[in-house]
Design a protein around this ligand. Structure first.
Ligand code: SAM
Length: 456
């Protein structure tokens, strides 16, 4: 640890040594009794930093000069590094990125999850640490004519022509959009573009090539957008293009309006960790998306009940099950909390019903539909899989899961902090942490995917 006798953190620039990488991706250092969090650092770096902002006893700092680089530091290859908010780990060797992610998960489980003996676990590296992203969101500033990602900690758009983590199909789509931006044929009111690549092309929303109102706008400006063969921008329908991806012999349809994992290279392994050898009578899946896990679950369990809040994703999940010839899975298009609470009411368990009523009183504004639950699960399921968004599961979801009493829970998470918060409650509710698996789905960033296996 850095020992500094004078009040260095009030100085404009001061030196620190980076101790380790914290959840969130910042480097931890100490100076003058104060915690300093340094962006884009490597463990072991000796750096001169300046304070960007202060929150309580924590100073957030930016590197002004690297005095002695860490052995884990490399030259970031991307020309936008430091400005673009997309990648915050490019300064680390790939092994250092993996090590940092394992430590981030452990740190969250110990500190937030209060788990004393975190079991050892492996992180599966990405086969392609570059050009892997098959899903992206690009910000568009029509006034300044910028297209790319937000700059770090700001809503300013960093104009990006070439992105080092995009899969080639998405890089092509970004380049096509840039051409349109330059010839004035992008919709002025578009704020962002979402794109996802499949085996059969790219789905883009909004898609200027498929939206007639954009063509009218371009004609008004005297330009006419080029129609390209094989490019997502060249299609002539108003609809968002549906695409497919085959994983482990299962074919999934989806589009840019529904969630799909951002790195296809590790999906086989992720599905395997999420489902493993589990099989039995009933499985419940919360936050099922387009059915990435639902389809394989339906091959292993007699009955599957899956819950998804987004209507488009639900439509795809149902379609993907039907196309696989699976009729033993139901997908409820419902908020997870609502489904769990209605299901509990249906179960007719007195204690459980009391709990549901208490919960309802304590959460004004929530409407609970009483007209019978869609896809009810009456007795404890053999297996429950949940894969919530980055914010994790709501407290009421955890209460609902505990009331459901599944024999086994597998929790898939893209945020170790919210995962740890939820695990603490599940473990307090009687579950034992059996094992953990991590996957480097997002190389060059601090983000990491983890799967935790729990047993009642
Ligand atoms: C991280 S994604 C996982 C999807 C799927 N497991 C996969 O791997 O493709 C989370 C999904 O939860 C859905 N979702 C988010 N909040 C929800 C809620 N409160 N109730 C139901 N679904 C929700 C989103 O629409 C999204 O499809």
């Amino acid at each position: 640890m850095e020992s500094v006798s004078t009040s260095v953190v009030t100085q404009e620039n001061f030196e620190v040594t980076i101790e380790r990488i914290l959840p969130g991706g910042l480097g931890l250092a100490h100076a003058d009794g104060r915690t300093v969090m340094v962006a884009l650092a490597a463990p072991g770096d000796r750096v001169r930093v300046s304070i960007d902002r202060v929150k309580g006893n924590v100073a957030f700092a930016l590197i002004q000069e690297i005095i002695t680089p860490s052995p884990q530091r490399v030259e970031p290859p991307c020309q936008y590094f430091g400005r673009c908010g997309g990648c915050d780990f490019q300064q680390l060797t790939y092994q250092a990125q993996l090590d940092a992610k394992v430590e981030i998960i452990k740190d969250c489980l110990r500190r937030i999850g209060r788990i004393e003996n975190v079991p050892d676990f492996q992180i599966t590296p990405a086969p392609n640490p570059w050009h892997y992203r098959t899903r992206a969101q690009w910000q568009y500033d029509s006034i300044r004519r910028r297209l790319g990602y937000f700059e770090g900690g700001s809503r300013r758009v960093c104009d990006v022509a070439e992105c080092a983590v995009l899969a080639p199909e998405l890089q092509q789509t970004l380049s096509d959009l840039r051409e349109r931006m330059q010839d004035g044929s992008l919709p002025e009111d578009a704020r962002d573009f979402r794109a996802v690549a499949g085996d059969d092309g790219v789905s883009l929303v909004p898609d200027p090539g498929r939206n007639p109102t954009v063509r009218e706008g371009a004609e008004r400006r005297g330009t006419s957008p080029t129609v390209r063969e094989g490019s997502g921008l060249g299609m002539q329908s108003e609809q968002v293009r549906d695409i497919t991806r085959t994983i482990n012999g299962e074919r999934y349809s989806f589009n840019a309006e529904s969630f799909f994992q951002a790195n296809d290279d590790l999906l086989l392994q992720l599905i395997d960790a999420a489902i493993g050898e589990s099989h039995g009578e009933t499985a419940v899946e919360l936050y099922c998306g387009v059915g990435l896990f639902t389809v394989p679950l339906a091959r292993r369990f007699t009955r599957v009940v899956a819950i998804e809040g987004d209507a488009t994703a639900t439509r795809f999940a149902r379609e993907n099950l039907a196309n696989a010839g699976l009729t033993n899975a139901q997908v409820a298009n419902q908020d997870v909390t609502g489904w769990l609470e209605e299901n509990l009411e249906c179960a007719g368990n007195d204690g459980a019903l009391d709990h549901a009523n208490r919960t309802r009183k304590g959460s004004a504004g929530r409407t609970i539909i009483r007209s019978g639950v869609i896809a009810a699960v009456q007795s404890p399921p053999d297996f429950l899989l949940l894969d919530p968004p980055r914010t994790g599961a709501e407290s009421r979801v955890i209460v609902g899961v505990l009331n459901l009493k599944p024999k086994r829970i597998n929790y898939v998470s893209c945020d170790p902090a919210t995962l740890a918060r939820d695990l603490r409650k599940l473990i307090a509710g009687g579950y034992t942490l059996e094992s953990i698996a991590a996957f480097d789905m997002f190389p060059q960033t601090h983000h990491v995917e983890a799967v935790v296996h729990l047993l009642l």
